[in-house]
Design a protein around this ligand. Structure first.
Ligand SMILES: [Zn+2]
Length: 360
């Protein structure tokens, strides 16, 4: 009995010694510094979830839930941002799962997960807009620290997330009213090195349809979009779309998770090779067609179908049921998304057509 106790004591001491050795080795191999975001401070080899505050002004203010997984090993800092539009659920659900999948001791670099960028929109279940100022968060970047709630949220995201990362994925999907096929925006900066990097990121994310997007403003004061803001600050960024119509389907959630893991593998943050797209469908022009009137939209073509220039895509009636406008395809291409619920307001999108690049 006494002998057995002694053995256990010895085994215990031995274990403590090994653990201490292991910890000191881990610390020695990591010259990483703590990562600071908002009021959160994350030591190397740790993961931490918390809130970044957007202080109240003339309104309620809000907070942004994040998780930072700060790897024990050095590497890139990648930000994955969900919920810029609060009714776009698959990216949001994907990040909560990813949070549990990444082991900080195994990670090289730092993963910033912005779980819900636009919490007021999520809580109030609004499409497009923040319910306190009725602005679209993804049109007000780089934001304004003295502005409305959306503008202040954009400013905090720029200061705390965009400026602190090397690369960023802005994860979207069809909004609560949008039927959408998965696709990625590859935003062209004009800097060849950066564009080559973002092209590879887009392929590593794994969605076959990739829009070559040369339409975004090059003026940081008018960057409008989160992804474009990152690009204009010299960060590698893509914007992805996967999911639709307020659903929470497994396929869309998986596509978001696999896409982020693919980009992490490309940046060598985790082991393995990305399952990159080998046969992408490039879209070299796109156009969103907007409603000219308030009323009801009747879609007549399904998402993903190929349409020809001039083809009728749907029509809008007023609230008395009278047809007010017919919407036609501006050019031949694929219907990337189309509104699938009746309400529409003047100036709101109805569908988006993408032209397939010759030689695809
Ligand atoms: Zn969106």
């Amino acid at each position: 009995m006494r002998h057995q106790v002694h053995q256990e004591w010895f085994a215990c001491r031995f274990f403590v010694l090994i653990a201490a050795l292991f910890l000191s080795c881990a610390q020695a191999s990591s010259s990483q510094e703590a990562f600071v975001i908002g009021s959160l401070r994350i030591a190397p080899g740790q993961a931490l979830s918390g809130l970044i505050e957007v202080p109240a002004k003339d309104d309620v203010g809000t907070s942004i839930p994040v998780t930072v997984i700060h790897g024990a090993k050095k590497g890139k800092t990648l930000a994955a941002v969900a919920g810029v539009h609060g009714y776009e659920y698959p990216p949001i659900l994907a990040l909560y799962r990813l949070k549990e999948m990444i082991e900080p001791q195994e990670l090289a670099g730092t993963l910033i997960l912005v779980h819900i960028a636009n919490l007021p929109s999520f809580q109030r279940r609004t499409i497009y807009y923040n319910p306190y100022d009725w602005k679209n968060l993804n049109r007000v970047f780089p934001g304004d620290p003295d502005g409305t709630l959306s503008q202040r949220t954009a400013h905090v995201l720029m200061e705390e997330v965009v400026k602190k990362c090397d690369a960023l994925i802005d994860l979207h999907c069809g909004d609560g009213n949008e039927a959408l096929i998965p696709y990625t925006y590859w935003m062209i900066s004009g800097d060849k090195k950066l564009d080559d990097l973002t092209r590879t990121m887009a392929l590593a994310f794994g969605i076959p349809h990739i829009i070559i997007d040369e339409t975004r403003s090059k003026d940081i004061k008018d960057s409008k979009y989160l992804g474009n803001t990152a690009i204009l600050l010299g960060k590698a960024a893509i914007t992805t779309e996967s999911g639709l119509l307020g659903r929470t389907d497994e396929e869309a959630i998986r596509r978001n998770i696999d896409g982020i893991l693919g980009v992490m593998r490309f940046f060598q943050m985790i082991e393995g090779q990305p399952d990159a797209v080998t046969d992408p469908v490039w879209v070299d022009r796109y156009e969103v067609v907007y409603s000219q009137t308030d009323g009801l939209f009747y879609p007549q073509v399904e998402m993903g179908h190929y349409v020809v220039k001039g083809q009728k895509i749907g029509y809008v009636t007023d609230f008395l049921g009278r047809v007010k406008e017919e919407l036609r395809a501006p050019f031949s291409g694929i219907l990337l998304y189309i509104i699938n619920t009746p309400p529409t307001s003047k100036g709101e999108p109805l569908f988006e057509v993408g032209r397939l690049k010759e030689g695809n």
